[in-house]
Design a protein around this ligand. Structure first.
Ligand code: GTP
Ligand code: MG
Length: 310
């Protein structure tokens, strides 16, 4: 059975985190052949975020360095190599976990390597996305489409699905500590030659307080987007994995409850599965073969020529 690990970065999300976890469609995903694990990264929350997540039976990692980027990178390192697909979703219940399968299908069918759930191309509930945010988001996506040749309509989505081997290649190149993390991931994944597309998703009003500072964070994201035009991957190696891997949460079928842990056994099963398949999600389809301009390597060519040795 293939494994999906859902990574949820959280800072004071007591109002949303329980709803997010409860809305994850474990049984549906199980019917489609996926085992689902969850890792919540708690970033010094001083509310009940960690307690609520723990009570739902999911793994909670503490990240002491504040910032969404710090939290997300820690989460990605934790899950990297232990699953087939990684899904990142915010903990404020703005994105709908019921739509995870829509993000996974294009990866599973070999259409592309990364899917960004798109708010602009999707369904935004009234007052969920201010006009100014919508406009800026549209601008960022337009720039990324033109200059990075990523055919996406939302470059800052907090709901993304990525093949696990892509995450593994990407991690050593990530340095964002804050809200620039999504832009850093998208632009660097393109520069690494991975194919990225969007699917429409629902975006709702958030639970709890926003942590985004529109001007400061927007400016930093802009700088990240422009600076990465000149970025080239260097030769890097992945640090050895020391942690035992994410806690696996059973889908409920054939087991009692949602919080049953099959940690090592399942991690090994996932590893064996990938080995049998020749190392994970496999290469892209070449669907972006015509997108090799602008310093972005052509996806679909032999990736060994394009990627750093990991
Ligand atoms: N771990 C961690 N997560 C954070 C931090 N800041 C924000 N987050 C999480 O990142 C996600 C996105 O943050 P939001 O404040 O919702 O920012 P946004 O989605 O861009 O903006 P909104 O439209 O206001 O929701 C949420 O799940 C936050 O809990 C942080 O310092 N550490
Ligand atoms: Mg949000």
């Amino acid at each position: 059975m293939k494994q999906i690990t859902i990574v949820i970065p959280c800072y004071n999300e007591e109002a949303g985190i329980g709803l997010v976890i409860d809305a994850i469609p474990f049984d549906l995903l199980h019917r489609y052949g996926f085992k689902t694990n969850i890792v919540v990264i708690d970033n010094n929350s001083n509310d009940k975020t960690a307690a609520i997540a723990t009570s739902k039976g999911v793994k909670v990692i503490k990240e002491p360095s504040q910032g969404k980027g710090n939290a997300l990178i820690t989460g990605l390192k934790e899950v990297c190599g232990n699953c087939d697909y990684v899904v990142v979703i915010d903990g404020d219940y703005t994105y709908n976990p019921q739509e995870i399968l829509r993000l996974i299908e294009p990866l599973e069918s070999g259409f592309c390597d990364v899917i960004a759930g798109s708010r602009i191309g999707g369904k935004t509930v009234r007052r969920s996305l201010e006009f100014s945010h919508r406009f800026v988001n549209w601008g960022f996506a337009f720039f990324v489409r033109q200059f990075y040749r990523a055919n996406i309509t939302d470059a800052l989505s907090g709901f993304i699905a990525i093949k696990s081997d892509v995450v593994q290649t990407l991690i050593p190149h990530l340095h964002s500590t804050n809200f620039t993390i999504e832009m850093e991931m998208i632009t660097k994944m393109r520069k690494l030659g991975f194919s990225i597309y969007s699917v429409p998703i629902t975006y709702d009003r958030r639970m709890g307080k926003s942590k985004l500072h529109s001007y400061i964070d927007g400016f930093q994201i802009l700088l990240m987007m422009i600076n990465n035009l000149r970025w080239k991957p260097s030769k890097v190696t992945l640090p050895p994995k020391t942690s035992p891997g994410p806690m696996l949460v059973d889908t409920g079928l054939g087991h009692v409850g949602r919080g049953i842990v099959h940690e090592q056994e399942e991690s090994q099963a996932g590893a064996d599965h990938r080995q049998a398949e020749g190392g994970g999600g496999g290469p892209g389809t070449g669907a972006e073969g015509a997108e090799g301009a602008g310093g972005v390597p052509e996806a679909g060519r032999d990736r060994a020529d394009l990627l750093p040795l990991a």
